[in-house]
Ligand binder design. Structure first.
Ligand SMILES: [Zn+2]
Length: 151
């Protein structure tokens, strides 16, 4: 779900989030429908409804909105692991590395050997001036999954 993976169906040019027409060829961009906010019922199922909504927002490349939805999930259930990881990833895609790091650290506290989370935390460290820590984390990510790259 990297933003770089969203390309024009007509010419293959990369598409920036939110645009209506391809900037290369003018082809209309068919974007996923904007998810509808769920109607909450006030019981325990609301947390799952909000989590599903947040994931739909991610699928529609609406990362700012997804961050807000994941934060609502975490306000209800602070240990909800998918919401912690996915919000970290949204912050990462938004280049908000300082905010991504605590989410990845919290996630890795529960899933310490997740090579992808280690990689994203490593890059976040490098982007925020913690080069040495970033290199150590990348080394650990590669020791778990040798196929991990720095992209
Ligand atoms: Zn195009």
């Amino acid at each position: 779900m990297s933003p770089g993976n969203v390309v024009c169906g007509q010419c293959g040019a990369p598409l920036r989030p939110g645009i209506r027409f391809c900037e290369e060829c003018g082809n209309p961009v068919v974007s996923p429908a904007v998810p509808q906010e769920p109607v909450l019922t006030g019981d325990d199922g609301d947390t799952d409804l909000l989590l599903g909504y947040a994931m739909d927002l991610d699928a529609a490349v609406l990362y700012e909105e997804a961050v807000r939805a994941y934060s609502r999930v975490l306000a209800r259930d602070p240990g909800r692991i998918e919401a912690i990881f996915n919000r970290g990833l949204d912050y990462f895609y938004l280049s908000r590395y300082g905010e991504a790091m605590p989410d990845f650290e919290k996630y890795l506290g529960q899933v310490p050997d997740d090579a992808f989370a280690l990689k994203y935390l490593a890059i976040s460290c490098m982007e925020t001036g913690r080069a040495e820590m970033g290199r150590e984390l990348m080394k650990k990510a590669r020791s778990i999954d040798p196929g991990i790259d720095e992209k």
